[in-house]
Design a protein around this ligand. Structure first.
Ligand code: GTP
Ligand code: MG
Length: 195
């Protein structure tokens, strides 16, 4: 899609504030600091429309980006940020769950993992949840620019095995710095819109 019009429509700390336009939604999930907001910026060709930070835990709300009135990109708060209290972490967990469980218009969950690291328990749980709930799992291996080209296959294969992904096409290496992987992701998103 050629993206010209993007609107951050809803920043929500509360499920009752989710938009009710019925537009389909693609959610970006993953560990804190993995690059969810950076990926959204790359897809919409903006430098810093979605706020990013080198400090984990930047996005604490659920942010709905209206893309050309065709769909929403939903930027979810990252999990696994150690510095917040247990109560806070649990509250976030419940909030994200309430979105994932109840959102009828949610069509695709993109699970982001850092290409450099083996997925953690939270990643595995979310991946299994995605499959179990009948979504088509797409994993995005972020920060591709941080590893040598000769290491890509090795890292992709570690992630694939760890999550139990059988179809190679379901894992997309991506870099917000070089924009590698962006066209592939847009193809996936365009398919979702058309189907
Ligand atoms: P939370 O909102 O805390 O959950 O984090 P997030 O997943 O939205 O991560 P964010 O996009 O804010 O990025 C975190 C840090 O990683 C920032 O310093 C980004 O510049 C950096 N970053 C994100 N993607 C990439 C990438 O592809 N390559 C490199 N080198 N850095 C990246
Ligand atoms: Mg963020």
């Amino acid at each position: 899609m050629n993206v010209n019009n993007v609107n951050l429509e809803v920043v929500s700390g509360n499920a009752s504030q989710f938009p009710d336009t019925g537009l389909l939604e693609v959610a970006f999930a993953g560990k804190s600091n993995v690059g969810k907001s950076s990926l959204i910026n790359a897809l919409i060709n903006r430098k810093s429309y979605a706020r990013t930070s080198s400090q984990p835990g930047k996005t604490q709300t659920i942010n709905f980006y209206n893309i050309e009135d065709k769909l929403y990109f939903v930027d979810l708060p990252g999990y696994g940020y150690a510095k917040v209290s247990k109560t806070e972490r649990e509250r976030w967990g419940k909030f994200i769950e309430s979105y994932l469980y109840e959102r009828q218009q949610l069509k695709q969950i993109l699970l982001l993992v850092d290409i450099r690291h083996e997925p953690g328990n939270n990643d595995k749980m979310l991946y299994d949840w995605i499959v179990y709930n009948g979504f088509d799992p797409i994993v995005i291996a972020t920060k591709l620019d941080k590893i040598k080209r000769s290491q890509i296959d090795k890292h992709v294969s570690i992630i694939r095995k760890s999550l139990g992904i059988t179809d190679r096409k379901k894992i997309v290496p991506f870099s917000a710095t070089t924009k590698q992987g962006k066209d592939t992701l847009w193809e996936i998103i365009d398919d979702i819109i058309e189907n």
